[in-house]
Write a protein that binds this ligand. Structure first.
Ligand code: PEP
Ligand code: MG
Length: 756
């Protein structure tokens, strides 16, 4: 290189001039490769661009046969160029022909060159092409030359991303940027959504690439890094519960990265080479992401997303932007794509514009997913890699039934899904027709189909679904989506609205079930519990802090003045907890009547059965309450010692297995013995097959998400209950009962024409 130190700078300066000139795209590319060859004293410089069919096409060259432009091709992984693209790593070779991957393309005439340097053309961690230089002599390219070529590649990436090169592609051979991508995640909420990507935290797009004055730019970088570190320190010093536990660990990692000397050095180097500070952040991040994309170690991948977040924060600092909000122009068919997100943030989006939600992390029981389910939004979760692949405005399909996501889908995929949506709409139409039909089985057995709810947004569903009432109102959701403790008046208002909306239909309010995974950002619960699901939560917590429970009970009693109030206690482990809660309730009733408040006409107290210890106090339990509701999500989690949020274990044990079904049967039988009403309100109630099993065990009341009422009712209307009961008694009574009776039940349904 002529002038080693000035090399990258001079090259960038020339590129900047070329970008500013009014040139046709091909001519601009030709001049760029010529300029690079000249500046790097190389005989050859070539650019290969990755097409959507995974072929790298020669787009421009200085030094190779000009006739081979747009003709020479290599598959991804083929030859040196294909290897660079597939691995997203540079190759620096003194004698290229000795490399095992070397593939000779006769049309290019490259056999006379020995040394070879190739770098991937990257944008946001995606490989868009490969840029190479070659020399006849056997030489080794220096670090600063690699750096210069990488920086140039970044400029070319921008040209590809802005569509500059699209005009050079032949019809049917689009560039990789528009390549369809499919992801397999987990099904978090049923439904199919077609629409356009809205990145919840849009990546900051850097358009200003070249700096005017490197020293000044270094100053900007240092200043932004300093304030980034300060803001992290500030968050860490806040003694706020939101920053405890895992949040804290993430922040500690951020702090470590923000001081990472290797990172800072690479940023500074890129600025010295002529990039703006923001372009330097983008470049270093892109290189790093591309290098790490093949890593399988989940810990390191996780750290990569921390680095990504940090880089985004730094970009915002540099560009003086606060966290992006919803953006002015939210498409009418938004599919929100986020790494993870709080429940309240989802509620900020206008419901009528959100067609789906895609989460890179999350679990099926995370709050945002519970809220999305209540709002009827299809959700796919654990969709790894989607955030960095998606661009705002990309076409996207989320299939919450299968947990799949299709980004920039091909037209046949899109057509298939549009058909699926139409099919589902027709089915919904069918369910709507069933809405006003009594929920009776084929042989006339009545089963109450109730719905689960928790927020005001759920209320219209009560009429739309045809539910017989609300079997579980999760009062903690109001607390979870609020920024501070909801005041007594706000609680009372919500409960009153719920009862008004329900009219004559019964509503069962569950007292606040927080703790465990249901954290309130403003309330310091038990910190650092090893097993939060088994920890200080629900009734345990509210009996220890009776102020909570008393405020809530008073709000409920007032809201239900003049009508029936049904209350239910979560996570009951022993009967004494019910006794204590009843004492608190009686106290509140006495207090209100002393002040001549309008009291409920009827007061019913029930308990959730979700802790296995109650299985051995069933008689005492049934005698102590007015009704029991089985929380099958938790009961199954505790009986099988299986974390309900664990993706790894989600399919391991089947709730339709003899041991669990026998436990449920014991509960139903105890209810019958004591004439105590028994219902079930876990997710089991919402799937036609498992709902059928519950009815076969003797359940005559089940509560589910509103969207499930239609399919369950369609199943019930065709169900011969007496036959099913006999069949299940047989299956469960058999001394060698097979572990899962799922397939037997499917066979029963098929035989009797029961739609599942
Ligand atoms: C359950 O555990 O089954 C239940 C209905 O309660 P939640 O899902 O709110 O824990
Ligand atoms: Mg529960």
């Amino acid at each position: 290189m002529r002038d080693q130190a000035a090399g990258p700078r001079v090259l960038l300066k020339r590129l900047r001039e070329l970008m500013a000139e009014a040139l046709e795209p091909q001519e601009r590319l030709d001049r760029i490769v010529r300029e690079i060859a000249q500046q790097m004293v190389a005989e050859v410089c070539s650019l290969y661009v990755l097409r959507s069919d995974s072929v790298l096409e020669l787009y421009a060259t200085e030094g190779l046969n000009p006739g081979s432009v747009h003709l020479a091709q290599l598959r991804l992984g083929q030859g040196l160029v294909g290897t660079i693209a597939a691995s997203a790593r540079a190759l620096n070779l003194t004698d290229a022909q000795q490399h095992p991957a070397f593939a000779y393309l006769p049309e290019t005439g490259e056999e006379i060159y020995n040394s070879f340097l190739g770098v991937p053309v990257l944008r946001a961690g995606r490989t868009l092409g490969v840029l190479t230089v070659q020399n006849r002599t056997m030489r080794h390219y220096r670090e600063d030359e690699i750096e210069a070529l990488e920086t140039t590649a970044m400029v070319i990436a921008e040209m590809i991303a802005t569509g500059d090169l699209a005009r050079l592609t032949r019809p049917g051979l689009e560039l990789d940027l528009s390549r369809p991508a499919s992801f397999n995640g987990l099904a978090f909420n049923d439904g199919v959504g077609l629409g356009h990507v809205v990145l919840h935290e849009p990546r900051v797009v850097v358009t200003n690439l070249f700096n005017e004055d490197s020293e000044e730019e270094l100053g900007r970088l240092t200043e932004s890094l300093d304030s980034l570190r300060l803001s992290i320190d500030d968050m860490l010093s806040r003694r706020d519960v939101a920053f405890e536990g895992e949040h804290r660990a993430v922040l500690e990692a951020y702090r470590m990265f923000a001081h990472d000397r290797g990172w800072v050095r690479r940023l500074e180097e890129a600025v010295r080479n002529g990039l703006t500070a923001e372009a330097a952040v983008e470049k270093v991040q892109s290189d790093m992401r591309a290098r790490m994309q093949h890593m399988t170690d989940p810990y390191l991948r996780e750290r990569m997303s921390d680095f990504d977040d940090l880089a985004n924060r730094l970009l915002r600092q540099l560009l003086g932007r606060g966290p992006d909000g919803l953006g002015e122009a939210l498409p009418r068919d938004a599919v929100v794509v986020a790494r993870q997100m709080g429940a309240a943030e989802l509620l900020d989006y206008p419901r009528d514009r959100v067609r789906g939600l895609v989460l890179e992390d999350g679990s099926i029981t995370s709050h945002v997913v519970i809220v999305a389910r209540a709002m009827g939004i299809p959700v796919a979760g654990q969709v790894k890699g989607v955030v960095s692949m998606a661009e705002n405005g990309d076409a996207i399909i989320v299939d919450g039934e299968e947990g799949q996501v299709h980004l920039r889908p091909q037209s046949d995929v899109e057509a298939a899904f549009a058909e699926k949506v139409r099919f589902r709409a027709r089915r919904q139409e069918l369910y709507r027709e069933l809405r006003d039909r009594p929920s009776n089985s084929k042989d006339g057995v009545h089963v109450d189909l109730l719905m689960n709810a928790g927020l005001a947004v759920d209320l219209p569903q009560l009429d739309e679904s045809g539910a017989a009432g609300i079997g579980l109102f999760r009062t903690e959701l109001q607390f979870m989506v609020a920024a501070t403790f909801p005041r007594a008046e706000a609680q009372e208002r919500l409960y009153r609205d719920v009862l008004d909306a329900a009219g004559p239909k019964p509503v069962t309010f569950r007292t606040i079930d927080i703790g465990g995974d249901k954290v309130l950002p403003y309330f310091k619960g038990a910190l650092n519990e090893e097993n939060p699901a088994l920890g200080w939560r629900a009734i345990r917590l509210t009996l220890d802090r009776p102020g909570f429970l008393r405020t809530q009970l008073r709000a409920l009693l007032k809201a239900a003045g003049g009508r029936e109030l049904r209350l239910m206690l979560p996570m009951v482990t022993e009967i004494d907890e019910i006794v204590q809660a009843r004492e608190l309730l009686d106290r509140e009733v006495r207090h209100l009547s002393r002040f001549a408040h309008h009291l409920p006409t009827k007061l019913k107290l029930g308990a959730m059965l979700e802790v296995p210890s109650l299985m051995w106090q069933l008689d005492e339990l049934m005698a102590a309450v007015d009704f029991v509701s089985v929380g099958s999500n938790d009961l199954f989690q505790f009986i099988t010692a299986t974390d309900r949020g664990s993706a790894l274990l989600s399919d391991r044990f089947d709730p339709l297995s003899a041991p669990f079904l026998r436990a449920l049967k014991q509960i139903v039988d105890a209810g019958i013995r004591h004439k105590t009403a028994v219902t079930l309100c876990g997710e089991l109630a919402g799937r036609p097959l498992s709902a059928m099993a519950l009815i076969g065990l003797g359940f005559r009341s089940i509560s589910m998400s509103p969207a499930a009422i239609g399919p369950v009712k369609a199943m019930l209307c065709e169900l011969p209950v007496a036959d099913l009961e006999a069949c299940m008694a047989d299956l469960l009574g058999h001394p060698n009962a097979r572990h899962s009776v799922r397939s037997d039940l499917q066979a029963f349904a098929a035989q009797h024409g029961v739609p599942l």
